[in-house]
Design a protein around this ligand. Structure first.
Ligand code: SAM
Length: 283
């Protein structure tokens, strides 16, 4: 790569905008709003929030092993964010395409790729609901991780996004999609205060408002910076049902990277959805 290419997410262009929720933040329940949430300060801070070494330790080889067990080579990271999984996969030798709907997150991912092993990430600016307009070719696997799918607020959008993921997969491809355990939050069996497995020490993440249609989280950083994300609280079995409806044949759901949840309700669920046709499922 030429040394004079610079991607600086702290530049005026990226700094000009900050999060905007208007006068009534809990009324903001729109799938398009993510583009106004991953801007400015939270993009700069995101890697303090997710603490890469701690996250790598928490996840271990889970995703790499899932992908290798299926012989995956070409992987689409559909929610690249700042590039954590794209870099992990590049390090593990996968041919990875890194997509996201936020240009600011992609710019940070690009810099992180270079800084962590000199990887020149293949970036695509794409919204999941119109993915095939921007992402070309077929993939052995699609990953959508870090509680990203929660940003879609209507069932119509969720079904369309999953249909797009399904259609870029080869006939025997796999989708790996995770979500926070919102059942525990909605049912009052968890405060939702993070033992969020990938949180850094310099951030406090707490639910600011929760109802059946919104989980609004507040992230407070050591330096006093405060940011919010408005998310749709997905129930685990609802997501499994959607995956089945769009055509995935076999869906295994793991709790915090374990096949069986232990005594504690998991922080996260990870759905591993396979496309390969299973004749025995026919009526
Ligand atoms: N996967 C990364 C991680 O684990 O650190 C990023 C997770 S971040 C919570 C969610 C990402 O999903 C953001 O980068 C956001 O821009 C992206 N995103 C949300 N809705 C999207 C959509 N409809 N299309 C494309 N990207 C979207």
């Amino acid at each position: 790569m030429s040394k004079d290419i610079q991607v600086d997410s702290t530049s005026e262009f990226f700094r000009a905008r900050e999060q905007e929720f208007g006068d009534n933040p809990i009324a903001v329940r729109e799938s398009d709003h993510y583009a106004q949430e991953y801007v400015g300060g939270i993009v700069d801070k995101w890697d303090d929030l997710i603490d890469w070494p701690r996250r790598a330790e928490g996840e271990g080889r889970f995703f790499v092993d899932q992908l290798k067990a299926r012989g995956a080579q070409r992987v689409l990271d559909a929610a690249t964010g700042t590039g954590f999984h794209s870099v992990q996969l590049a390090e593990a030798g996968f041919d990875t395409v890194s997509a996201d709907g936020s240009p600011q997150m992609l710019a940070k991912a690009f810099r992180n790729g270079l800084a962590n092993g000199g990887h020149l990430l293949q970036l695509v600016h794409a919204d999941w609901r119109t993915l095939k307009g921007d992402v070309h070719g077929e993939f052995d696997a699609v990953i959508c991780l870090g509680n990203s799918f929660t940003h879609l607020f209507s069932e119509h959008d969720r079904r369309k996004a999953l249909a797009e993921f399904y259609s870029v997969l080869k006939h025997d491809g796999v989708l790996i999609l995770d979500q926070r355990n919102y059942d525990a939050l909605l049912d009052g069996t968890s405060t939702g205060k993070s033992s969020y497995y990938y949180c850094g020490d310099e951030v406090d993440a707490v639910p600011d408002h929760v109802d059946e249609g919104l989980a609004r989280y507040k992230y407070t950083f050591d330096d006093g910076g405060e940011y919010f994300l408005n998310m749709y609280p997905l129930r685990r079995d609802y997501v499994r049902g959607l995956l089945r409806d769009v055509g995935f044949q076999k869906i295994d759901t793991y709790g915090d990277f374990q096949e069986k949840a232990g005594d504690h309700a998991p922080d996260f669920y990870i759905h591993v959805a396979e496309k390969s046709y299973l004749a025995e499922l026919a009526d």
